[in-house]
Design a protein around this ligand. Sequence first.
Ligand SMILES: [Zn+2]
Ligand SMILES: [Zn+2]
Length: 253
Amino acid sequence: MELKVLGCSGGEAEGERLTGFLVNGRIAIDAGSLTLALRLSEQIAIRHIFLTHSHLDHICTLPFFTKNIFGHVEVPVEIHALPQTLDALRRHLFNDELWPDFSVIPSPDKPIIRYSEITPGEIYEVEGLRITPVMVNHLVPCVGYRVEDDHSAFIFTSDTAETDGIYTLANATKNLKFFITEASFPNEQTRLAEASKHLTPAKLGGELRKLKQGVAVGIYHLTPGERPIMLPQLEALQHPDLRLLNQDERYEW
Ligand SMILES: [Zn+2]
Ligand SMILES: [Zn+2]
């Protein structure tokens, strides 16, 4: 399995792309940076997009992506997400006001994108991978994902405050290679983290004690301006295998 980090920042600026991953060149997880990180030919190769939640930093390149692939795809790209997330897309984004409704363009029976509701706990088999959504704890309904093939697995919690289910799933996962979770604000901004349902490094330390597998941990979603304050706070956790994700890096298992 190949995992490419398209974007992993909690804010957008030059050199700081928003959240998105590409698995085996065919499956995207979140869409914060599809059109900024990938060449047109790579965008056209995407067959499925699994969204974690409706926040803009996880979906904002979907409109430009749909325009880019228009005329280049025979089969609709499947947008997999919770019903609440799909509802937000229908009402607020692909609503013919902010952007054309590409779920019926060019025709309702052969559109550019097709919405596909997911149910937490179900396993979805796509492109030779098994993908399991799990509810996490965020301001809006939000899932993390376990992605696995016959040899390896990784988990992406997405944006979340303290949560248990995805750690239970991680501990039960054979061949778990990588656990990606967030740290958004420095310890000094604990109240902001709690109000927005994110983690600080200190809260992350508590969360990682639930992870019983000795697996590498990747951190994403740092607020760019707070990075200098957060890095020593993350180091202070003294976790044996914790690293910051970097955009454009690839993992292969
Ligand atoms: Zn969010
Ligand atoms: Zn986010």
